[in-house]
Design a protein around this ligand. Structure first.
Ligand code: NAD
Length: 434
């Protein structure tokens, strides 16, 4: 099939490359010329394991190309997939301006029947909105598809090639059938729904996962007070098939470009139909508060006085294996530390450049490696569980910190890891060591 994917972010780029890998002819379009040039030159503008190799391989095979010319791409394609961003507006609603713009540009390029699929996460009714924008600008026929994406950054290629399920929201049987054919090699689990249900399904899935995280974080907070260990509690809970182990890991809360914005957006979607989503409001509030658990621990250690303390921060990305720092808990934690007069020494193996370019330097001392960040610090906070942190030499680490205080915001270390050290070790929902 001839496919255009609009937007070469985490979703559009991975999807486009994977469709090419399946043997289709794919054109990936982005209005960001620098990104397109990087891609045309064999580079990848994001960090995503395995992606660059696939991009180079499929470009060389002539099945994949990158362009800023949306018209030329759309003209050659029977399927056009919109994968542009839908960031939060200040009131929490999804900003649909990139979607609208893409729809208008598609309309202007229509030269025959097309399937227009929206892969971006969009509020219920957005596919209709896209349809209306196109219909009012062209007499060419098209079918609308809602094609929500469920990939996870850091394992996006694997998730795309082996998804748990594909959801296709359609109001035309023939369009649905073509999209089923396109995705059939990837999974048996293809759920075909009406368009509104598919749009809702995506938000419901993310809201449910966010709920699991906030739930276990509240259990963790109670565990700390009653002297229980949340990792044991979660392990025992998870073996119940009705519960499952996934997303029951206590920590400093979820971040990233999806859960925060999608939970806020679903609260707004509900509000627009006079429904107050009380549970989800609490999930968001718990998550916000959970970020401060690291700060609360630091304040209790230093008797409420962070002024003049040197705090090492390991990890800026919202999770390991990605350079995405959007709504990363590290941001608020670092900002709070700086406001409190602490000196922050930070390091992340991949996300440091992104973090600095988005949020500025803010008085943070950026370090070239993990040990440099820890050297001379009064305490070390682990905020992202990158492998290199989890496998750090703890004895060496202890010797270079001014005080052997470790606050593990991700429960990355086991008690046994710390057995031969004298670390004062705080984690989330587990008893303090030493
Ligand atoms: P992103 O911000 O990384 O990328 C969006 C890209 O679209 C940018 O490169 C931008 O330049 C480009 N763009 C915007 N308007 C354009 C236009 N008119 N023409 C051409 N290019 C245009 O976004 P993302 O993280 O890939 O997310 C995209 C969508 O997928 C969002 O709705 C998001 O909620 C959803 N989603 C994201 C993930 C994830 O893990 N990132 C997972 C599932 C779903």
């Amino acid at each position: 099939m001839n496919i255009t994917v609009i937007g070469t972010g985490y979703v559009g780029l991975v999807s486009g490359i994977c469709y090419a890998e399946l043997g289709h002819r794919v054109v990936c379009v982005d209005k960001d010329r620098a990104k397109v040039e990087t891609l045309q030159n064999g580079g990848i503008p994001i960090y995503e394991p395995g992606l660059q190799e696939l991009s180079v391989k499929n470009s060389a095979a002539g099945r994949l190309r990158y362009t800023v010319d949306l018209r030329e791409a759309v003209e050659q394609s029977e399927i056009v997939i919109i994968a542009v961003g839908t960031p939060s507006l200040p009131n929490g609603e999804a900003n649909l301006s990139y979607i609208d713009q893409a729809a208008i540009e598609i309309a202007q390029a229509m030269n025959g029947h097309k399937i227009i699929a929206v892969k971006s996460t969009v509020p219920v009714g957005t596919n209709e909105r896209v349809g209306n924008l196109i219909r009012s600008r062209t007499t060419e026929r098209f079918d609308s598809i809602s094609l929500p994406e469920f990939l996870r950054e850091g394992s996006a290629v694997q998730d795309t090639m082996h998804p748990d399920r594909i959801v296709i929201g359609a109001d035309s049987e023939s369009a649905a059938e073509l999209l089923v054919q396109l995705h059939r090699p990837l999974t048996e689990h293809i759920v075909v729904t009406d368009i509104r249900s598919a749009e809702m399904l995506k938000y419901a899935s993310n809201a449910f996962l966010a709920t699991k995280i906030s739930f276990i974080n509240e259990i963790a907070n109670i565990c700390e007070k009653v002297g229980a260990d949340v990792t044991l509690v979660a392990e025992g809970m998870g073996y119940d098939k009705r519960i499952g182990h996934a997303f029951l890991k206590a920590g400093i809360g979820y971040g990233g470009s999806c859960f925060p914005k999608d939970t806020r957006a679903l609260i707004q979607i509900a509000g627009h139909v006079d429904y107050e989503f009380k549970l989800l409001r609490a999930v968001v509030e718990v998550n916000q508060d959970q970020r401060m658990s690291v700060i609360r621990k630091l304040e209790s250690i230093f008797d409420g006085e962070l002024q003049g303390k040197t705090i090492a921060v390991w990890g800026l990305a919202f999770k390991p294996n990605t350079d995405d720092v959007r709504e990363s808990p590290a941001l608020e934690i670092i900002q709070y530390l700086i406001r409190s007069g602490a000196h922050v020494k930070a390091y992340d193996p991949i996300a440091m450049r992104n973090f600095r370019s988005i949020y500025g330097d803010n008085g943070v001392m950026w370090c070239d490696d993990a040990l440099e960040a820890a050297t001379g610090a009064d305490a070390l906070c682990l905020l992202t569980e990158w492998d290199e942190f989890v496998h750090a030499d703890l004895k060496l680490l202890q010797s270079i910190l001014r005080k052997p205080i470790l606050i593990d915001g991700r429960n990355a270390f086991k008690e046994a890891d710390l057995a031969e050290t004298s670390f004062v070790y705080y984690s989330i929902g587990r008893p303090r060591l030493n």
